[in-house]
Design a protein around this ligand. Structure first.
Ligand SMILES: [Zn+2]
Length: 411
């Protein structure tokens, strides 16, 4: 057995606490150990405590002296579109010039341009690009990401993208939780209902049979998939044993949050336009909100979701990057923390809880990751600062010092 002793963290931010998603004031309780340390046995945490106590029990251990830096659980990013081809630089410039979504789509941009590039890319090309994205996540201190398909939109192309995720999971230290998002957009030349039938009758059975995804997601929005089409798709996925997530109420309030509550979904994501009624339904059904301030920022909007209202109504809030080439080209959870604090008025402690332990529960992994506690995986990051609040305060600066996955240094 390999034993590592991590010593002298100015703050060992453990997030130890109840074994469930954190709500209300619990989101502010980080269970910090000043001058903390950890003993790691192989891939798991064995003991957590004050540095002197860990040192006394460190016989034969390899010593990692973090020299007064902070230590946090690796970030858990519960909403990304990790695998796609190319970028959307032209859209970026058009948006800066004031063009709207329709104008950009007409000029050959928008989601369709990413679908075309992703379809024509080989699995090997996609793998190489996704590998680069995965490295970006690790460099920002993220050790687990949820990753959605949805840029293929044919049976073969969706399976190709999910296959790339499976290969990445085997080849890279970044842990990947795959989600099938066949209902991301309607391919050209098909009606929405025809496409929903294709997703339900041909894609979902293959995805479930080959165990290519743990979750199913839909883009429930005016002009994409309406409530009835979203319900139909997600209900079919649920019958096949997939858990549910959903892009809802981003641009308009279509009662998407209520639909996710009705279906017993694990998460409802975006929620920029959700009202009190939607929050209440989510709370009763135990649905976790996943907030994506990076996409609000990068689209040049100021319509951030109501994080304070959600926390005060007892929802177990999660923060994620929404990493994607169109609306949120960032893998940086520290940047998301900055946005959550400055724009959504979350406290730095709430933002850390939302991006670690709450995010872990939203991926059905609350018992193995998201906090630094005995028996959990030794996934953690050290940052060049002395106080966890600095992560949200110094924005646009990379403070990552080292990142460990299952006890192995990967950055
Ligand atoms: Zn998304």
């Amino acid at each position: 057995m390999k034993t590592i002793a991590v010593l002298h963290a100015s703050q060992l931010v453990t997030l130890a606490g109840p074994r469930r998603p954190r709500v209300n004031e619990e989101m502010s309780e980080l269970a910090i150990i000043p001058n903390g340390g950890m003993l790691i046995h192989d891939d798991k945490i064995g003991r957590v405590g004050p540095s002197e106590e860990i040192e006394r029990n460190s016989d034969g251990a390899k010593i990692i002296d973090v020299g007064g830096r902070i230590v946090l659980p690796g970030f858990v990013d519960a909403h990304t579109h990790l695998v796609f081809a190319g970028n959307r630089l032209d859209d970026f410039e058009r948006r800066i010039r004031g063009e709207n979504y329709e104008q950009i789509a007409k000029a050959g941009g928008g989601i369709w341009s990413t679908v075309e590039k992703t379809r024509s890319a080989t699995a090997t090309d996609l793998f190489e690009q996704a590998k680069k994205h995965a490295e970006w996540f690790l460099k920002c201190g993220t050790t687990t990401v949820e990753a959605k398909s949805g840029y293929g939109l044919t049976v073969n192309d969706e399976l190709k993208v999910l296959g790339v995720m499976r290969r990445l999971k085997d080849d890279m230290p970044l842990e990947i939780v795959p989600t099938f998002l066949g209902a991301h957009a309607v391919p050209r030349g098909m009606s929405t209902d025809e496409y929903v039938d294709l997703v339900i009758n041909e894609m979902l059975p293959r995805v479930a049979a080959e165990k290519l995804a743990e979750f199913c997601d839909v883009f429930c929005e005016r002009g994409y998939f309406d409530i009835a089409q979203s319900r139909k798709t997600l209900s079919a996925a649920k019958k096949l044993g997939l858990k549910l997530r959903g892009h809802v109420d981003q641009l308009s309030n279509s009662a998407g949050a209520n639909l996710m509550a009705e279906l017993g979904a694990t998460t409802a994501d975006h929620l920029e336009k959700t009202d009190k009624n939607g929050f209440a339904a989510m709370r009763l059904a135990g649905v976790q909100p996943v907030l994506l301030p990076g996409s609000v920022y990068a689209l040049g909007s100021t319509a951030y979701p109501g994080a304070r209202e959600m926390i005060e109504s007892g929802l177990s809030v999660v923060l994620a990057t929404d990493f994607n080439p169109g609306s949120s080209p960032t893998s940086s959870m520290p940047m998301v923390l900055s946005l959550a604090c400055a724009q959504m008025k979350m406290s730095p402690a709430e933002a850390i809880t939302a991006s670690t332990i709450n995010a872990a529960y939203s991926l059905n992994r609350g018992d193995t990751i998201g906090s630094l506690e005995p028996e959990k995986l030794a996934n953690f990051a050290t940052f060049d600062c002395e106080d966890y609040r600095e992560l949200a305060y110094w924005f646009g600066i990379s403070l990552t010092h080292a990142v460990y996955v299952r006890g192995n240094r990967v950055v």
